[in-house]
Design a protein. Structure first.
Length: 689
């Protein structure tokens, strides 16, 4: 018609830069929380063995009150909402407060011998209107903010300024969000992304664990040193996630010593990888993942596998299937890795219930050998059409360790021996299978049992690998043809259409409209005269929509044009979709177009497009249109094997016979001295009957 992080298998620096930033909580969205007091801090979490650590940090709303604010977004491997509300609250009155709207922690001072032995208090404040907490070691800031709408909640815990791991504070002025992180790399990266560095906030050190909980409904984290609160909230919709920080002081009234507790004592995701069922004949093996656990819960288990032979060119991410005993299993086929032999790398990642993907230190290797190099395949017959005598030969389950040079299918009918034998070259499909379309017009229209013998050529040697047979017949030899026209074809008289009909044309599809601003000026005459000549008339709209709203608007424009010409609701209405811009969200938008067309009373719908736009085609590429959402018989497909084709050649090939129609040429000379015509085969009679 017209008109690479995976290199380290950590998340790496590139992945870190792709993280989301927190959003401000929506005060209109509330949810029940606990009345137990608690402490909010943040934590870092290592994403892989040897990979860059990515901080995952958040605060929850105050659990001092019965309602709490729900964050509006939960990004992957990033910082959940940490709303801050002290805009204008901190001024020059606090020695550590920035001149901006954020509250700034004191920059680390030079450490003295005296400071090294002195414990400091970390204070907590709460802003009830915004339901956010702030942590500060600055007693002056603690006092100033108390007069500006912040509630003093006392000492959160204690720390020593030169022992343990530093915890840094950043502020995002647009989002009014504070973030606490132990990760120096994260601290540096976020400084270049609109976050203000506010120095060292406190230190993680001591034997008092600061616990983290997560509320999936609120999408917020909560941090507390109170073991009782940690237990109570677990029964109120909060998920326990282990230890985030350590501090000094007392926990729940216990007599705690100042012996530091190791950060590695915090619970981390776990999993054990082992190899089973190695097959030295074909190189296949199973991966078993046991002891899978994560404090955030496990949504899925991912196992990246690749061979050392050519670095990571054969990297495949497998999702493991859960077994009855609680372990997970992946079955690896060597063909998925180019039949590489030698050492294979096997790593482990967990996708947690909050959507984050984290690497687990457990990994292993295995050695693959392939002794059986004889090609194998499975042949099946599908898409049998006994009206015109079509069927397809599908080749699957291919095993060709030495590589495929070609796949051939010899096909013949039994009725007269092999007098009609044809040798077809199979074409690779987007799903990895191979396809041979067979048309009995190429076999002297012989009916009855057909035999198929499949061979594979590998490294210059031909191997006979499989056979199949099927019974086929036909009732018609002629496939009806139709044309489509636009302003390009100009005025077409009744006599012109009768000439076309005499040459085997049974239908015409007339362009009515394009986008929401063009109407074919010849459409009225082209429709009227075609009907007068006794041809079946359908109409099409050339689409430009890139959103659901635009799709609906174009459907309305198309229907208005059809109604203006008096076309009944039974008319076949075609969506001509071929503009590159329309590929974005194409399936969703096509559905919106269909829904609006049906709402307006027109339900006889077809989509026209090129073969490469479909996910199921004979070209070996995957197009963006998901045909199973619409039904293959609701597509009219354009593909031109040659610059020009005769009707006999087209019917002999009968490409895309599973669709409604095939446009086989755009250069047919049907009327002397006139422009070329597009000509099509109508497999379903929707365009011609």
């Amino acid at each position: 018609m017209r008109s690479k992080c995976i290199k380290s298998l950590g998340l790496g620096a590139t992945c870190l830069l792709a993280m989301s930033v927190p959003v401000v909580a929506n005060a209109a969205e509330t949810s029940q929380s606990s009345a137990v007091s608690g402490t909010h801090v943040s934590t870092t979490q290592e994403t892989s063995s040897g990979g860059i650590k990515v901080t995952e940090s958040s605060t929850s709303s105050s659990i001092q009150t019965e309602t709490s604010t729900t964050a509006t977004e939960e990004p992957r491997i990033s910082f959940r909402s940490v709303p801050d509300a002290e805009e204008g609250a901190a001024t020059e009155e606090s020695s550590t407060t920035s001149s901006s709207t954020s509250t700034t922690a004191t920059q680390p001072e030079a450490t003295t011998v005296t400071q090294a032995t002195v414990e400091q208090a970390l204070y907590r404040l709460y802003q009830p209107d915004l339901r956010v907490h702030l942590y500060t070691k600055d007693a002056n800031e603690y006092a100033v903010l108390a007069g500006r709408g912040w509630r003093q909640e006392g000492e959160a815990w204690r720390f020593v300024s030169n022992q343990g791991e530093p915890v840094y504070r950043l502020y995002q002025p647009d989002l009014r969000v504070h973030l606490y992180t132990k990760d120096a790399n994260e601290y540096a990266v976020l400084a270049g992304r609109g976050w203000r560095q506010e120095g060292e906030a406190f230190r993680s050190h001591g034997n008092i664990p600061v616990y983290r909980l997560y509320h999936p409904g609120l999408r917020v984290h909560l941090y507390t040193k109170d073991a009782n609160e940690y237990t109570v909230l677990a029964g109120r919709g909060w998920r326990q996630e282990g230890v985030a920080f350590y501090g000094l002081g007392s926990a729940g009234g216990s007599n705690a010593s100042n012996t530091p507790a190791a950060p590695q004592d915090a619970k981390k995701p776990t999993g054990t990888v082992s190899i089973q069922n190695k097959n030295s004949q074909n190189g296949n093996f199973d991966i078993i993942v046991s002891n899978v656990d994560s404090p955030l819960g496990v949504s899925s288990v991912l196992v990246p596998v690749w061979s050392d032979e050519k670095d990571q060119d054969d990297l495949v991410w497998y999702e493991a299937a859960r077994q009855a005993d609680g372990s997970y299993k992946v079955s690896v086929q060597s063909k998925n890795h180019g039949y590489s032999t030698g050492t294979y790398q096997v790593h482990l990642y967990l996708v947690q219930k909050d959507g984050t993907k984290i690497g687990v230190s457990s990994s292993t290797t295995t050695t693959v050998e392939i002794k059986d190099t004889v090609p194998k395949a499975t042949v099946r017959i599908e898409n049998i059409d006994r009206t015109y005598g079509f069927f397809d030969v599908r080749i699957t389950d291919l095993y060709v360790p030495k590589g495929i040079e070609s796949i051939q299918a010899a096909v013949w009918a039994d009725v007269s021996g092999q007098n009609d034998i044809q040798h077809y070259e199979a074409t690779k499909q987007s799903d990895g299978s191979y396809l041979v379309p067979v048309r009995i017009s190429n076999h002297k229209y012989e009916q009855g049992n057909y035999r198929i013998s499949l061979s594979i050529t590998s490294q210059g040697q031909k191997h006979n690998v499989a056979q199949a047979n099927t019974s086929i017949s036909y009732t018609k030899t002629e496939i009806p043809r139709f044309i489509d026209v636009s302003s390009h074809n100009g005025t077409l008289s009744v006599a012109d259409y009768k000439t076309l009909a005499a040459n085997g044309i049974s239908g015409v599809v007339v362009k009515l409209s394009e986008a929401v601003s063009y109407l074919n000026p010849y459409a009225e005459g082209q429709v009227k005269n075609a009907l007068a000549a006794g041809l079946k008339v359908s109409v099409y709209h050339y689409s430009h929509f890139t959103s659901k709203e635009e799709a609906k608007a174009e459907a309305q424009y198309f229907v208005a044009a059809a109604k203006k010409l008096g076309l009944p609701t039974s008319t076949l209405m075609v969506n001509d979709i071929e503009e590159q811009a329309t590929r974005k969200n194409i399936n969703e938008n096509m559905k919106a177009w269909e829904e609006e067309m049906r709402r307006l009373g027109y339900s006889n719908l077809i989509h026209y497009t090129g073969a490469s736009w479909l996910d199921d085609n004979s070209l070996g590429v995957v197009g963006p249109i998901q045909t199973n959402q619409f039904g293959m018989t609701n597509f009219w497909v354009a593909q031109y094997p040659y610059s020009t084709m005769t009707p006999a050649q087209a019917m002999s090939m009968s490409l895309h016979a599973r669709t409604a129609a095939w446009q086989y040429t755009s250069k047919a000379t049907l009327l002397p001295g006139r422009s070329f015509f597009d000509v099509n085969l109508d497999y379903t009679n929707r365009f011609t009957k």
